[in-house]
Design a protein around this ligand. Structure first.
Ligand code: COA
Length: 231
């Protein structure tokens, strides 16, 4: 089934809170044995429930794209943790922050996605000094208040999406990822040069956070609704 139409990359977001629309039991039922074992290792129900809903929803989305039952999607994991399916036809990645999960899928090539909510309490000065490049630090130094903290998170998601697109994760030092900002938005990666990657800042309705998709190609990206998944 070609769900992409003229596009090649789709982004979804889901409310994974206890008060949200995703039924915990039915999400649990589609998880693999490995995923269920991982759930048992969390100490708090809050974290267990978020994991079950995020991974259950991921499987349901993949099921709709692959025309397979959600509980039989053969998800494997690369050495540094990036999940994948052994097919050249569907690439995906996910991220979660508190009660929100985001998912990126593509039929064109590798994607990485990251989401961070703006209300997350972080030491902006400290973190940017340690993890941001000098041009990113200079950019932040010229901003104040909400504008500055929001840009901090947009840059953060751009960096993490770049770490995730290749699956390198933290093996790729965030100081070696340099994000170019144009007209107030992250627009490109100045570094690393190899492999070349592009980025798209994704504004999600009612999210109150930053979300970036990185890809190893220039995407034709659309934000989709979960309600439309099976239509
Ligand atoms: C993968 C990584 C980059 C992102 O982790 P994170 O921000 O904590 O978590 P996210 O919610 O965005 O993504 C987690 C999901 O990405 C996927 N993932 C895990 N490892 C991955 C990797 N190496 N590459 C791509 N995707 C990966 C999994 O689906 C994972 O879901 P799960 O944990 O429920 O199984 C991780 O290496 C990390 O620890 N990041 C922290 C980075 C940091 O400190 N950055 C400083 C400022 S830039």
């Amino acid at each position: 089934m070609n769900k992409f139409g003229d596009e090649d990359t789709h982004v979804y977001h889901a409310d994974i809170s206890d008060g949200g629309p995703l039924d915990l039991e039915s999400c649990w039922r589609v998880l693999s044995g490995a995923e269920k074992a991982r759930v048992e290792r969390f100490h708090f129900d809050l974290h267990r429930h978020r994991y079950v809903r995020a991974h259950g929803q991921m499987r349901r989305i993949l099921a709709a794209y692959l025309d397979l039952p959600a509980d039989s999607i053969p998800i494997k994991t690369e050495t540094r943790g990036k999940p994948f399916i052994d097919t050249k036809e569907l690439y995906f990645n996910m991220s979660h922050s508190k009660d929100v999960a985001v998912f990126a899928l593509s039929n064109r090539g590798h994607v990485g996605i990251d989401v961070e909510l703006f209300d997350r309490k972080v030491e902006i000065d400290d973190l940017s000094r340690h993890y941001y490049t000098s041009s990113e630090q200079e950019l932040l130094a010229n901003l104040t208040g909400v504008e500055r903290s929001r840009m901090f998170f947009w840059l953060w998601t751009a960096k993490e999406a770049r770490m995730k697109v290749t699956g390198e994760g933290l093996a790729l030092d965030p100081r070696h990822i340099d994000v170019v900002v144009e007209h107030g938005w992250p627009a490109a990666y100045r570094l690393p040069l190899e492999p070349w990657a592009s980025l798209v800042p994704v504004v999600l309705e009612n999210l109150g956070g930053a979300c970036t998709v990185a890809s190893l190609f220039k995407p034709n990206l659309a934000v989709k609704r979960l309600d439309d998944l099976n239509s």
